[in-house]
Design a protein around this ligand. Sequence first.
Ligand code: HEC
Length: 179
Amino acid sequence: MRTIHRNTMVLALGFTPLLLLQFGCATAPEKPAAQAEPQFKGVVPINNIMVSVVDHNAHIIWNASDPKKAPKNDQDWHALEHAATTIAVAGNMILIPGPPKDDHVWVADPAWKQLAQEETNAGLKAILAVDHHDLKALEAAGDDLVVTCEACHKKFKPALPAHVAKPNEQPEHYHKAAE
Ligand code: HEC
């Protein structure tokens, strides 16, 4: 069951345009509801996911390497597990374009998909490290994570190092797209 579900996700995320090309005509046989691919709708700009989800949780992981902020109890490890899991799924979240036009351009780029996957991989590595309460491994996962942030920003957001956006602050192009 799991494998089938995962394949469905891959189809939905990776090959939707192809499916539409192949099966988008009026004669396409209707799929039973249970087999229909889930429809994704990006509800916030990728920039917001960056600030609220990716950046926020990445810092929780990176902070654990600071001796003053190292996890001391179950609650601290639980918070790290939350952050690592969120980073892993955020790699999928940024495959769904939000309202800004740029989002659609970015997610269509194979390099974006690869970098998003690498973010997920770093998150999965962090989850394993947290499972084993292994701070060294968590630090290594955090290092992988920095590499993906920097590689993607270098290619898609050359203006970084950027500040963390304040609430309600939007990139200029978001206002344009929303008009
Ligand atoms: C797959 C590409 C990609 C990855 C991976 C990525 N980013 Fe981003 N990030 C972007 C893009 C593109 C923007 C600019 C979005 C915009 O301006 O609409 C951005 C914006 C941001 C912003 C907001 C900057 C601002 O000017 O407000 C922060 C903060 C940020 N990223 C942090 C991170 C961190 C931390 C990581 C790694 C843990 C990371 N990002 C990983 C592509 C990525």
